[in-house]
Design a protein. Structure first.
Length: 199
């Protein structure tokens, strides 16, 4: 059997598991287009597809340790997660469906297949502590970037919805979100380098 070159996606996932936000950004740049296209095909709605994309990369960030490289490629793992969440949203459109996911904790529960078990209370507490740290870092950003990130990641709005809500051009919203994320990575870097536990 011929030896394969090292898969760059697997290297990125290893760095994501080690809480390297730059690796998550690289993974996003590599695959966001394909994942967004899949979500759009399933949902027929660009706004909802963007929300699914946000959920999938939040899942990748918080559940990187769940990826098993012996069972397939990273892209396949992300495509399955995207398909699952998009189908969940289709089902949620039905009258008897479950409520729409709102909070970061609910997103995590959906990503892992259900609510945390009793023996996961400590992990849940750690996740909430990490979210508090993240919120504090976001609060130190310039007002326009902070507001854009809060609307995108804590309220789950798409870029288009943020533009409408704030009466801001869509391109400006995207720039604010990207600049805010870049600054946020720099502010959070001391926590990752010091070994502080994330969720």
């Amino acid at each position: 059997m011929s030896q394969r070159r090292e898969d760059p996606d697997r290297s990125l996932m290893a760095r994501v598991e080690a809480r390297d936000a730059d690796a998550l950004a690289e993974l996003y740049d590599r695959h966001a287009g394909r994942l967004l296209g899949l979500a759009r095909r399933i949902l027929g709605d660009g706004g909802e597809a963007e929300e699914v994309l946000q959920e999938v990369f939040l899942f990748a960030w918080r559940s990187a340790s769940a990826f098993d490289p012996t069972r397939g490629q990273v892209l396949t793992w992300l495509l399955i997660a995207t398909r699952s969440r998009a189908i969940d949203r289709l089902r949620a459109r039905r009258p008897a469906s479950r409520p729409e996911i709102r909070s970061l904790d609910e997103v995590t529960a959906a990503a892992t297949g259900g609510p945390a078990a009793a023996d996961d209370v400590e992990a849940e507490s750690s996740a909430k502590q990490w979210e508090t740290i993240c919120r504090a870092a976001v609060g130190q950003l310039p007002e326009d970037q902070r507001r854009a990130l809060e609307l995108a990641y804590f309220e789950g709005l798409t870029h288009q919805e943020i533009a409408a809500k704030t009466s801001t051009p869509l391109g400006t919203v995207k720039t604010r979100v990207r600049l805010g994320l870049m600054k946020l990575r720099e502010r959070m870097r001391p926590y990752w380098e010091s070994g502080s536990d994330g969720p």
